[in-house]
Structure formats: C-alpha cells, structure tokens
Design a protein around this ligand. Structure first.
Ligand SMILES: [Fe+2]
Length: 257
C-alpha cells in the first residue's frame, strides 16, 4: 500500500533536520516502519535562516536515494521544499528556484511564521493562485495567530488553499492545546493530509502510524483513506476533492471575577 509523507527534514546538514547520514537513514527506517512508502523531502527554504536552492535539493535527493538503496530501505524520495511565505517568493518562482510537491508545479508546501499570518498573505495567495499554484499551508495548527483567530485559516481554505496537519500535533507531542486544535480543525473539515515534519529533535518521532490510528478511532476509516488519497493526489499533481469546511466556534469564556 502506498503512503506518502509530504513533509520531512531527512536531508542531512542543510537545515534544522537531520545532522548526518546516520540520522537520515535512521529516520528513513522509522518512516518505513510507519508505513510510509514515498517521502517528499522538504528542507526549509527562504525562512530567514535557511536557503536551499532547487538544484541543490534535487542533487542531494538523488544522492540520498542511492544511499537508501545501498542500505535496503524501501523508501522512494522526491525533492521538495518547505517554502516560507516571503516578499521574494514571486521572484524566486520567476527564477525557477522553487520546488513543488508535484512535478507539474501545482502544489506548494507553504509555511507561515510560527506566530503570525503576515499582512500581505492574502495578496500573496492571490498572486500564487493567479499562477495556477495551490498553496498547501503546513502545520496551521501550530501557528499561534491562527490558534487565536481560526477564521484566518478558514478564509484561506475557502479561497482554495489546502492544509497539512502534522501527525505529532494530533497525537499530542506539542501539548494539549495543539492536540485539541488539530482535532477541531479535522472536525471542521479544515485538514487535508497528515505529514510527519520529521526532524531529528528530542521527543520528535515519526508518528504517522499513531496519528492514523487515532484518526481512525475518532473519525473512522473513511477519513484515513481520504487523507492518504489526498497526499497521493498532491504528489501526483491531481485534483484533491475539496472538503466542506465549517467555521470553528470559539469557546465562550466564563470569568468568575
Ligand atoms: Fe518542516
């Protein structure tokens, strides 16, 4: 069975992910133990700290695929980038320095800053969509501004963006708040795929299997299938069936004093 992981930091020494080949191979083994068969390698790009040019990622991904083969790890890898929204993004696209999730340049794994949805986001999303690009917003459940104002994500999804929820968020690795918000997003139809976002950090593991088991328990096997199909459609550049999204109601606060 095919299982696609659209977001991970397995390429060594180029961002805050894997530090060396030993770690990369260990993470790759963990991926396959979790059922992952195909992984999009998404080093950070243009996030203010890391720049990973398209051609470098392509070359490194080919080299890594050879290593995987040599070590008999049955994982197919594809070059990608986790692109931070930034003012130079359209120029980078013009210069052909951006990697998409698919080879048809349709789905872009787009990251926001951890604590903000920049004021130019709507304009940028519009500009991307004008170019036929569908942004896949990565881990919105960990963005503190979206947590405080969930309608920000709702509006982006209504415009046709997709979203990627990180498996570890949903299983509780980042704490109860992120776990609960992940569940709320899923419940409101505001999630499309799970991905590992695997780094080599203490306490961060591949939690894809666990996340899918939990999804099956809480929402049923049909949604598991849908999430896995969506990930496959994204990497294939195919149409992803759009969810019926609902707004998230904010809980009322009751003050005692
Ligand atoms: Fe990431």
């Amino acid at each position: 069975m095919v299982m696609v992981d659209l977001h991970c930091h397995l390429l060594q020494g180029i961002d805050d992910g894997s530090k060396n080949m030993t770690i990369s191979l260990r993470l790759a083994r963990e991926a396959t133990k979790n059922g992952v068969t195909h992984a999009l390698l998404t080093p950070h790009h243009m996030n203010g700290r890391y720049v990973n040019h398209k051609q470098d990622v392509i070359r490194r991904t080919k080299e890594f695929q050879k290593q995987l083969k040599n070590h008999n790890i049955p994982l197919m890898v594809f070059p990608g980038q986790e692109v931070r929204i930034n003012g130079q993004l359209l120029t980078a696209l013009d210069e052909d320095d951006i990697l998409f999730a698919d080879t048809g340049n349709r789905y872009l794994m787009l990251e926001f800053p951890d604590d903000d949805v920049s004021h130019y986001t709507n304009q940028m999303i519009f500009d991307l969509q004008q170019r036929g690009i569908t942004p896949v917003i990565v881990h919105p459940e960990r963005n503190t501004k979206i947590m405080a104002q969930p309608e920000l994500l709702y509006q982006l999804l209504e415009k046709g963006c997709l979203s990627q929820i990180t498996a570890s968020s949903y299983v509780g690795t980042f704490g109860k708040k992120v776990e609960n918000f992940s569940r709320q997003l899923i419940e409101a139809g505001q999630g499309y795929v799970f991905a590992s976002d695997a780094h080599n950090l203490p306490g961060r593991k591949y939690e894809m299997r666990q996340a899918f088991e939990k999804l099956s328990q809480e929402f049923g096997g049909e949604l598991v299938e849908q999430y896995q199909n969506n990930a496959r459609d994204i990497i294939n550049g195919a149409n992803v069936p759009l969810n019926e999204t609902r707004k998230i109601k904010k809980k009322k606060r009751f003050w005692l004093f």
